[in-house]
Design a protein around this ligand. Structure first.
Ligand SMILES: NC(=O)c1ccc[n+]([C@@H]2O[C@H](COP(=O)([O-])OP(=O)(O)OC[C@H]3O[C@@H](n4cnc5c(N)ncnc54)[C@H](OP(=O)(O)O)[C@@H]3O)[C@@H](O)[C@H]2O)c1
Length: 364
């Protein structure tokens, strides 16, 4: 794309973006200006990407839910996940014009992804990968944060997961969906036990779970104990929903740290409802704090760690491998028009009722 084809005036790119300001205001589609470098448009380390699709994640609800308009920039752009096409590539990046890419550019600066174009440094993005051949833009935009977090949870296991027992708490969430798939089909776990509601049970089995346990039923812990009796304790628990009922049964369910046992808890809220946020939703529980202190004092052998998504070596290859082997189930709740249905997309995610990612398409 030549510079004259881009909407640039006075070294500023004018684009439409989905923005937020005060926590109580709805999202708004606004024109924003992105300063660019004269002539080259991008710095040597930057990419300019024409965005095709973005997706909304609970973390976007956190950013908006705790935003106060006097913190600059006043109009922040919602979202981190994106897919699109590189239109300008700095020579120091590993990309070229025309590359189809996906990733996540979430930052505290308010320069999110839900904009017609994004300008960013790929080396500083949490995720920036080429889209595997055959994955559509809307599918690619639904992947980064949730599958990246799932990969990071499983990578936290201090060894080879082949032949191990994995428990995924909250397998109906998007992070849970990819935790089940990656554990079973990429990391080679022997048994994947997954908790979800009956609504998500079929999807979870298709994703590779050997046993599905309904978390809404009182029998949940007994079913997990039954599994352990026959198959041995879990090597890793991936907790996507802060379901801390298992803390009371660590002895019976989880291997101690001396045998590499670990519980990875995805940092987030106690309730998956992000529509009316309160700080208290994010505080650690007494149960967790007690275990953490006891662990440090050598009184508890059960290791619990918080997971906050960061850049992870090997993530892109894992997704590529699963996709090319025909084993990746991409989980999307709905695809919305970014220009008209952005509030609906946001509300659907905030409600905690979405089954898979909610994607917004900029290029129809
Ligand atoms: N720390 C990080 O870097 C990071 C990154 C990504 C996500 N997260 C956090 O991880 C959590 C999941 O995010 P997500 O995007 O994967 O969520 P999501 O896709 O929006 O999850 C929606 C699903 O959650 C399930 N669910 C609702 N209430 C539940 C409960 N009480 N117990 C178990 N499952 C329940 C429902 O499936 P069922 O049919 O099974 O009920 C629903 O379909 C959020 O808290 C998010 O903030 C953190």
């Amino acid at each position: 794309m030549s510079n004259t084809e881009l909407p640039i005036k006075n070294n500023k790119l004018t684009v439409k973006a989905i923005t937020y300001s005060w926590y109580y205001n709805p999202l708004a589609l606004k024109e924003i200006e992105i300063p660019v470098v004269p002539n080259t448009i991008v710095k040597p380390t930057e990419l300019l990407v024409k965005v095709h699709a973005t997706s909304i994640n609970p973390v976007d609800c956190i950013f908006k839910g705790f935003s106060y308009g006097f913190i600059n920039p006043k109009n922040k752009i919602i979202g981190g996940d994106f897919s699109g096409v590189v239109v300008k590539a700095g020579p120091e990046t590993n990309f070229k014009v025309g590359d189809k890419i996906y990733g996540d550019v979430l930052t505290f600066t308010g320069r999110g992804s839900s904009s017609e174009y994004i300008l960013f440094e790929p080396s500083k993005a949490i995720i920036c990968e080429k889209i595997p051949e055959g994955i559509k833009f809307e599918e690619a935009a639904s992947l980064p944060i949730v599958s990246g977090t799932a990969y990071q949870c499983l990578k936290s296991y201090g060894g080879d997961l082949t032949g191990k027992n994995v428990l995924v708490l909250g397998a109906g969430t998007s992070v849970g969906t990819y935790s089940v798939q990656l554990a079973k089909k990429y990391f080679g776990a022997k048994n994947v036990v997954a908790t979800c509601s009956s609504k998500s049970a079929e999807k979870t089995k298709k994703n590779g779970a050997d046993i599905v346990v309904d978390y809404t039923k009182n029998s949940k812990i007994n079913e997990l104990l039954e599994f352990v009796k026959v198959n041995g304790k879990f090597d890793i628990v991936v907790d996507t929903v802060r379901d801390e009922s298992v803390f009371d049964y660590f002895n019976a369910l989880l291997k101690p740290v001396s045998e590499n046992g670990i519980l990875t808890q995805v940092k987030g809220s106690y309730t998956i409802d992000y529509s009316n946020l309160k700080l208290s939703q994010f505080l650690p529980s007494l149960k967790k704090l007690t275990n953490s202190i006891n662990f440090k004092l050598g009184r508890s052998p059960y290791f619990v760690t918080d997971i906050l998504l960061e850049s992870n070596k090997g993530y892109g290859d894992a997704i590529n491998k699963l996709w090319t082997e025909g084993k990746l189930n991409i989980s999307m709740d709905s695809i919305k028009n970014a220009y008209t249905d952005y509030q609906e997309a946001y509300d659907r995610v905030a409600s905690g009722k979405a089954s898979g990612k909610v994607v917004m398409k900029f290029v129809q």
